[in-house]
Design a protein around this ligand. Structure first.
Ligand code: C2O
Ligand code: CU
Length: 483
């Protein structure tokens, strides 16, 4: 897309904003937004004939972030918070987010999981030019369907500097009952500047030569294991827990001591409740679970990574019990045993009849070594390139589809690392669930997903391991017209 088209798109958007019916009651869009003490702003809303529009301000900025006793780190954050502020709206409301870029480089925001209008998708140079330093950009879209989502920068490695946050779209009527709810954002924490793996300053590798970024810890809601977040419950309550993983590169095994969890939503979409002791959650995935508080005490909540770091931790604390924290070092039994969720356990609610695909893509996911001048670069530098059918994005052919088609993508993992593959702009069906991100496990793991081409545009489809994505593991899905 050329610059002219971008300007046209931006102008069209502004036009829509200026003429939107919601503005008639909102005083030409100039709104009072109460300032909170911490400098962030509360959402405000206005009603119009088309429903409510939520106004949110996000400032992407360089900020100081304190990790308990470990010190203060310079991070790039939304509104100075890590994770970024929870954006919470009602299904069907419009969300209008004004993003101001105070970073020293361009940025964009992606609304991960929401099948919105293509120009609002926040992929730099695909759906919009980056928002320049000092500039603002207004994202506006309908917050639908309901579910647990997330937002993050989609520019380079910025999300691993801290530009991530939860986005909750509350359902009008849930298929489950509960007494309270919590959001748990699982993140890997990088104190420095993220760089491609394989460059001189990146982290160490493991035996397979598969590198992991130099994370120093795993956090739940921005808190390290030694100063964990505490989630209070009362005996007899049923708690909804929204698990959200915007990590750069970590897949977790999640469990709660003394409590099985009942999975109720996968990537925001409702499923028939299914009880397990533990589940895997990969970057880009979300699971909602219910916890029945029938086992008074203080229990470990933990997320064990697929790397060498100690697990992320939090505490489930009964307010009607005298115990304040779990026994030192105690971990949930579900981390080492018990019933582990398999995707095949889940069944989406109101699943449509499967349709015969009109078009099928077979994609091989693989890793390959690269370096200036072959396998090994100067100084022994070695890098991994992550490929789909032998091609590394952006030097990769788009997957071309036509509106109205049912498209099948079959993926085969020929590498030694799992790949959480995420599709923009569409939900897909995998097994009997509707999701937008799904793990393709290692060594000939394979996954078949189907989606309906009902949202024209150019959409990114990629591994949500940031380091794999940035090393080529992505493709554009492009709608072509029938001529
Ligand atoms: Cu959260 Cu392109 O992704
Ligand atoms: Cu990957």
């Amino acid at each position: 897309m050329d610059r002219r088209k971008f300007i046209h798109v931006a102008f069209t958007n502004l036009g829509a904003l200026a003429l939107g019916p919601q503005l008639s009651s909102a005083g030409f869009g100039v709104q009072e937004r109460p300032q909170q003490e911490n400098g962030t702003r509360q959402p405000s809303s206005s009603s119009g004939p088309m429903g409510t529009t939520r106004e949110i301000d996000l400032v992407a900025e360089v900020a100081q972030f304190e990790v308990a006793s470990r010190g203060v780190f310079e991070r790039w954050l939304y509104n100075g918070q890590f994770p970024g502020p929870e954006i919470r709206v009602q299904e069907g409301e419009r969300l209008r987010v004004t993003v101001k870029n105070m970073l020293p480089e361009g940025t964009t925001v992606h609304w991960h999981g929401i099948p919105l209008h293509n120009p609002m998708d926040g992929v730099p140079d695909v759906t919009q030019p980056p928002i320049g330093t000092g500039e603002t950009f207004v994202y506006e879209f309908e917050a639908a369907p309901s579910g647990s989502f997330m937002y993050h920068s989609h520019f380079g490695f910025q999300s691993d500097r801290g530009l991530v946050g939860p986005l909750i779209v509350e359902e009008k009527k849930a298929h489950i009952d509960y007494d309270r709810e919590y959001t748990l954002v699982l993140t890997d924490f990088l104190p420095g500047v993220p760089v491609p793996l394989g460059s001189a300053t990146s982290g160490g590798g493991n035996a397979m030569g598969m590198q992991v970024p130099p994370y120093v810890g795993l956090l739940i809601n921005g808190r390290p294991p030694e100063a964990p977040a505490v989630f209070s419950v009362k005996t007899g309550e049923r708690v909804r827990v929204r698990l959200i993983n915007p990590s750069g590169a970590t897949i977790y095994r999640f469990a709660i001591g003394g409590h099985p969890v009942t999975v109720t939503h996968a990537d925001g979409r409702p499923v028939e409740p299914f009880k397990v002791d533990a589940l895997h959650i990969a970057p880009g995935e979300r699971y909602d679970v219910l916890v029945d508080a029938r086992n008074p005490g203080a229990w470990p909540i933990a997320a064990q990574p697929d790397n060498d770091l100690p697990p992320a931790r939090a505490i489930l604390r009964y307010t009607d019990s005298n115990e304040l924290s779990p026994r030192e070092g105690a971990l949930p039994e579900g981390l080492t045993g018990g019933r582990m969720l398999q995707l095949a356990d889940l069944r989406g609610l109101n699943l449509p009849e499967p349709r015969k695909p009109n078009r099928t893509f077979n994609l091989a996911l693989s890793g390959g070594m690269r370096g200036p001048g072959g396998m090994m670069g100067p100084g022994g530098m070695m890098g991994t390139e992550w490929l789909i059918n032998g091609q590394a994005y952006p030097n990769a052919a788009p997957l071309e589809i036509r509106q109205g088609e049912t498209v099948r993508i079959r993926m085969l993992n020929q590498s030694a690392m799992p790949h959480p593959m995420h599709m923009h702009g569409h939900f897909f069906r995998v097994g009997n669930v509707i999701k937008d991100t799904t793990i393709v496990w290692t060594h000939t793991g394979h996954v078949e997903l189907d989606f309906i081409a009902n949202n024209p545009g150019n959409w990114f489809f990629h591994c949500h391991n940031l380091y794999h994505m940035e090393a080529g593991m992505g493709r554009l899905i492009r709608y072509v017209s029938t001529e």
